[in-house]
Design a protein around this ligand. Structure first.
Ligand code: NAD
Ligand code: DAU
Length: 338
């Protein structure tokens, strides 16, 4: 079996590469990544040593190059992780989100259809459902919750989902979609809440919490997301959407305080809120649990410790990132925040 993975040099894509190399040792993995600021070849260093892994530096929105790769590799399965993924960046620079997340998805769908891919899987997000009120703890996102996006990022991801479903309905092309909640774990780029707080605390910098810090996210250890995708591409029904999440809702303040308490250091600084900031995400995962037997295996208590330890032990990985264009980004995003 040949599985083509896009965005494999990023956070979840790289964790999926390592999960698949270990779990399916007879599979060939082909990785396509543009190596944007979020893609890092040092993340894939070990994978590059495997005979079962091939890497292409390419843009998923580049029709000609993608066609050439598909023509040569003829994958059986495509899993599309490649995306611009950070909400804050989508607020300051939305255009690239449409190019990669919408056009890139359509280019991949077209190539997959042309070369008779047996399954195209779109990695989507719970953000396509918008947000839930904080005071309604009884409400959860199901696969039938209407799309109601807030940011240019989530709007671009919802557009990609609609295109994916259109290829199923119009052409009978075999697709699946997963919509997962917030992931955390190794190789998470330090622009996102958990790795940014860990890295800042380790560097003795303040921890910038947006607004009142009461926004809620539903955290899932990244390996549990990888397991869900592996199950869906093998056993999921075509044309279906599967929500993935572990009923692990926490306010941002709770998460940051857990990091401070484990590290024994870190000072919170409340800063200006994110524009259009979604209040609460919460997934109802009963469909994937009932149909495919998926359930989250790593508790937050365990996962957050593994993650913090990983950042302590892999300082070189994130120091390299901090020494690049990251400083410019940090100044632009946080320099003017009150
Ligand atoms: P990430 O930003 O860490 O990685 C994205 C990867 O895609 C990078 O390696 C980057 O170089 C690559 N990429 C970007 N544009 C590209 C292009 N035009 N062509 C080829 N490669 C390109 O993102 P992530 O957090 O690993 O998210 C992966 C996917 O999972 C995204 O589709 C995201 O929407 C989705 N998702 C993320 C989360 C989360 O909590 N991080 C949760 C649910 C869904
Ligand atoms: O829900 C899935 C989504 O989770 C994915 O689709 C996105 O790709 C991923 O980035 C993530 O989006 P969020 O906006 O929820 O994640 P982020 O880590 O940016 O922020 C988490 C929460 O923490 C959010 O309420 C904003 C807040 N925050 C974030 C940062 C970076 C802060 O308070 N301070 C910060 O510095």
């Amino acid at each position: 079996m040949k599985v083509l993975i896009t965005g494999g040099a990023g956070f979840i894509g790289s964790n999926f590469v390592y999960y698949m190399l270990e779990k399916h040792q007879d599979y060939q993995l082909i990785c396509i990544d543009k190596l944007t600021y979020a893609g890092n070849m040092s993340t894939l260093k070990k994978a590059m040593e495997s005979r079962n892994f091939t890497f292409y530096k390419a843009d998923i929105a580049d029709r000609q190059v993608i066609d050439e790769i598909f023509e040569k590799e003829r994958p059986d399965v495509v899993v599309n992780f490649a995306a611009e993924s950070h909400v804050d960046r989508s607020i300051t620079n939305p255009g690239i989100f449409l190019e990669t997340n919408v056009i890139g998805t359509q280019v991949l769908l077209e190539a997959s259809k042309k070369y008779n891919v047996k399954r195209y899987h779109q990695v989507s997000t719970d953000e396509v459902y918008g947000d839930l009120p904080l005071e309604r703890k009884d409400l959860f996102f199901t696969e039938l919750t209407p799309l109601h996006t807030s940011s240019p990022y989530s709007a671009s991801k919802a557009s990609a989902d609609l295109l994916t479903l259109a290829y199923f309905r119009t052409y009978g092309f075999p697709v699946t979609i997963s919509r997962c909640s917030n992931n955390y774990g190794p190789f998470h780029f330090p622009e996102k809440l958990i790795p940014l707080m860990i890295v800042n605390a380790l560097k003795e910098k303040s921890l910038p919490v947006y607004g009142d810090g009461k926004n809620v996210r539903d955290w899932l250890y990244v390996e549990d997301h990888c397991k869900a995708i592996d199950l869906i591409i093998h056993k999921g029904r075509v044309g279906e959407i599967y929500n993935v999440g572990g009923h692990n809702e926490k306010t941002n303040l709770e998460v940051v305080n857990e990091i401070i308490s484990y590290l024994g250091k870190g000072t919170i600084r409340f800063v200006t809120d994110r524009a259009g900031h979604d209040r609460r995400y919460a997934i109802d995962p009963s469909k994937i649990t009932n149909e495919l037997g998926w359930f989250p295996e790593t508790s937050f208590n365990k996962g957050i410790k593994i993650t913090i330890d990983w950042y302590i032990q892999n300082q070189g990985w994130w120091e390299e990132i901090l020494n690049g264009t990251y400083q410019e980004y940090y100044q632009k995003m946080y320099g003017s925040k009150a």
